[in-house]
Design a protein around this ligand. Structure first.
Ligand SMILES: [Zn+2]
Length: 432
């Protein structure tokens, strides 16, 4: 099966990687409109796969005024990378749609505000599904993915990035579970009530998980949720490896061996993760792919732009469009530094080599800062399939990488939760 793709895959990738972004774009265009029979076969193979991404930040756009997931947007004009037309073009069947919360103060008042924002974010995902029942379906169990894929609809699992909105009340995790959440990451850019972040400038505060964080992991296991260590400090990873009853995920992470950044994982931990049955989903966020040149003028211009916006963002479609126009002006004046598809592939290929194709997938941080020159949005995903076939990965490997590994990880989480219901643990009786 593999050999029939070999020559075309080689030709495609040669085209894409000889001379940078323009050529890559050409290859991407030809990839989405195959001209030869062999290209059609490649494309058909990619489309036949269950293709999932474990970290879609698109719900951040769902709450923007005027945004319509069924319309085709563009990366250049709208800073959008995922919509229904481009999901279809790129063969992306769905994935985990993220309820993201920025880290704020650890106060009762702030907990209440962010909890409500997170609940509304969850509702926006439900509204997307309810508004387009022929196109999207909420996925609640591991077996839902294949079924929804066969029905030709997009798969909507839900995850939490940063458990900050739970406050100090672990029972809120049950509420989010009932809202469909099946994956939970304790922490984001800064330390919080649950865990240390990989990127808090103050350094670790808990030396891993806090006592509340340990409770969070226990409850996530009991509910059958996947626990996500992306953004967490390495010591949190170590705690999770010890504490979690089911294998964990890094839903959008890269390799420290390729680029030594606190958000990436070293080879030793990567091996531990694979040995435990866990999964790493490779990120395409430029700042974690390689060191990007700092541009203080650009940072200042963006800071000024966001400072003049209403708190909570634009309130009308017009205000949102005006904000996008101003952002395009900033980009024109101070072009952003980016990583390339080839640099992203270095991470993917290294991680595949260390962890093996049964423990690797894709979590490219779409609509959350991901995307590289040559793979700007989800319509470019077939390029990954072509390149991995070219590198000698089999069709079975591709099926695992694109979706089956993730489904199996969720199944393991579900099976553990189910086992608790079958055989409740014997209560320890207090002795005097
Ligand atoms: Zn993230």
């Amino acid at each position: 099966m593999f050999s029939r793709f070999k020559s075309v895959a080689l030709a495609t990738t040669a085209l894409a990687f000889v001379s940078g972004a323009a050529m890559a774009q050409e290859a991407a265009d030809s990839a989405t409109t195959p001209e030869t029979e062999e290209m059609s076969d490649l494309r058909a193979f990619h489309e036949s796969l269950l293709v999932l991404d474990s970290h879609l930040d698109t719900p951040a756009l769902l709450v923007q005024p005027g945004f319509d997931i069924t319309q085709r947007y563009s990366t250049d004009e709208d800073y959008s990378q995922v919509d229904l037309p481009r999901m279809k073009e790129g063969g992306l069947d769905g994935g985990f749609w993220v309820i993201y919360s920025p880290q704020g103060p650890l106060t009762t008042k702030a907990y209440q505000t962010i909890r409500d924002t997170a609940l509304l974010r969850a509702l926006s995902i439900h509204e997307m599904v309810a508004g387009h029942p022929d196109e999207f379906e909420l996925a609640l169990n591991s077996e839902d993915a294949e079924r929804i894929h066969e029905d030709g609809k997009r798969i909507v699992y839900i995850s939490i990035e940063n458990s900050y909105p739970l406050g100090e009340d672990i029972s809120m995790l049950d509420t989010f579970y009932k809202l469909g959440v099946r994956m939970v990451g304790p922490v984001h850019f800064r330390n919080n009530q649950f865990a240390d972040s990989a990127t808090d400038i103050a350094g670790p505060q808990w030396d891993g998980l806090s006592p509340l964080g340990e409770e969070l992991v226990k409850r996530a296991n009991e509910l059958g949720m996947i626990v996500d260590a992306s953004h967490a400090h390495d010591m949190v990873f170590d705690d999770l490896m010890e504490l979690s009853k089911t294998p964990i995920i890094l839903s959008h992470s890269g390799s420290k061996a390729i680029y030594d950044h606190p958000r990436n994982i070293d080879d030793e931990r990567l091996k531990q993760l694979a040995e435990s049955g866990g999964l790493i989903q490779v990120n395409s966020y430029g700042g974690y792919v390689r060191e990007l040149a700092n541009n203080p003028e650009r940072s200042e211009a963006l800071r000024a732009l966001y400072a003049e916006m209403d708190s909570g963002g634009p309130k009308t479609a017009e205000a949102y469009q005006a904000m996008l126009a101003k952002r395009r002006e900033v980009d024109e004046k101070y072009p952003p530094a980016t990583a390339t598809f080839e640099e992203f592939l270095e991470h993917l290929l290294h991680i595949l080599e260390i962890a093996g194709p049964e423990h690797v997938g894709l979590g490219a941080d779409w609509d959350g800062g991901g995307g590289v020159a040559g793979m700007e949005d989800v319509s470019d995903l077939p390029l990954i399939t072509y390149r991995l076939l070219d590198e000698g990965y089999t069709e079975e490997d591709l099926a695992n990488i694109w979706g089956l590994n993730l489904v199996r990880l969720l199944k393991a989480a579900e099976d553990y939760a189910a086992s608790l219901k079958e055989a409740p643990p014997v209560e320890e009786t207090e002795t005097e």
